[in-house]
Design a protein around this ligand. Structure first.
Ligand SMILES: Nc1ncnc2c1ncn2[C@@H]1O[C@H](COP(=O)(O)OP(=O)(O)OP(=O)(O)O)[C@@H](O)[C@H]1O
Ligand SMILES: [Mg+2]
Length: 302
């Protein structure tokens, strides 16, 4: 079972069973996966050329732009690593704080709880499968998949933010063999291989939007990521150039090269060029996205 850090329980008294990754197979919401699984998800899976390239920033901008277009939007961060306990101002209770979860929670236009936005919040800020191991458990893929399907009936568009880059391990093969039974949701995955964010994207079946953090090396990272997306049978719906470095030399030439290459090789259009801004807000990002191109790319036109 994957479970969020216990809301309302400060870390000092957090029992093992309420830690982020305590794994109880009977708690897997299999029924929800089966019953909702027949209804395809609408939205996109936002991945990036690396960690810290602006996935959350762009995800909130996409949510803002789509909400402005009159759509009910929900942000979903299946796995987040790095949480600190934030006590309530009243002195009693509080919640686990993670920047990505807070940002997606705030940018969603429907009422969501933090654990609906992120069903697997891990305390340690490191690679998710390692954070899970450090907490004495493992991430449960079925919970991550079910969480997306549970949000879908309540919104028009689900915008899912991956973790790190496109191929980040979430469960290592040894962890599968420790599990009493492999969930149906991942039965197609041989249990002698790892299961990661790429497998999650395949399980959700959403079109992928690639955030390219503009810096030296990004062309290679973008093309490799696009190939990995295509190799898994997913559609690269488009990409967004994010100017994370205010003074990157020849940024426009990099954008031109990627625009040509991603269009030619993957039929993936450029959906926006986001300027370096301090501070950067969802509304400002939304202004720089081509909402018509986004709607077209995600097949969201009425
Ligand atoms: N266009 C921009 N202008 C200025 N700062 C930006 C821009 N885009 C992102 N940033 C900043 O860069 C940092 C990383 O962005 P963000 O958290 O969105 O990345 P991420 O890919 O979601 O990271 P992670 O892999 O940790 O989830 C943040 O401090 C964010 O405010
Ligand atoms: Mg993020």
């Amino acid at each position: 079972m994957t479970q969020m850090l216990g809301a309302g329980v400060p870390p000092t008294v957090l029992p093992v069973a309420e830690s982020a990754v305590a794994c109880e197979p009977e708690a897997q919401p299999q029924a929800a996966v089966e019953s909702d699984g027949s209804r395809p998800l609408r939205g996109c899976f936002v991945t990036g050329t690396d960690t810290e390239v602006g996935k959350t920033t762009i995800t909130t901008g996409l949510l803002h732009a789509l909400a402005q277009h009159g759509l009910r939007v929900a942000g979903y961060k299946p796995v987040a690593a790095g949480a600190v306990w934030q006590a309530a101002a009243s002195g009693t209770g509080g919640h686990w704080y993670n920047e990505d979860v807070e940002a997606l929670h705030a940018a969603s236009s429907i009422e969501l709880t933090r654990s609906e936005v992120c069903p697997c919040l891990l305390e340690e800020a490191c690679a998710p499968h390692l954070a899970a191991r450090l907490e004495g458990g493992r991430i449960e893929p079925a919970v991550l998949i079910a969480g997306a399907h549970q949000l879908m009936p309540r919104c028009d568009v689900l915008v899912v933010e991956g973790a790190g880059g496109f191929c980040v391990p979430l469960v290592e093969s040894e962890q599968f063999s420790e599990a009493p039974a492999m969930s149906e949701a991942i039965a197609a995955t041989p249990n002698d291989t790892d299961w990661g964010t790429d497998d999650l994207a395949v399980a959700l079946g959403l079109p992928v939007i690639l955030v390219v953090g503009l810096r030296l090396g990004c062309i290679n990272h973008a093309l490799l990521t696009a190939e990995a997306v295509a190799a898994r049978g997913l559609r690269l719906a488009g990409w967004i150039a994010n100017r994370i470095e205010p003074t990157m030399p020849h940024a426009q030439l990099n954008i031109d090269t990627l625009t040509r290459a991603l269009q030619q090789r993957h039929d993936a259009p450029l959906l926006g060029v986001v300027s370096y801004r301090a501070p950067v807000t969802a509304a400002r990002v939304a202004e720089e996205l081509d909402i018509d191109a986004v709607l077209e790319a995600l097949n969201l036109r009425a």
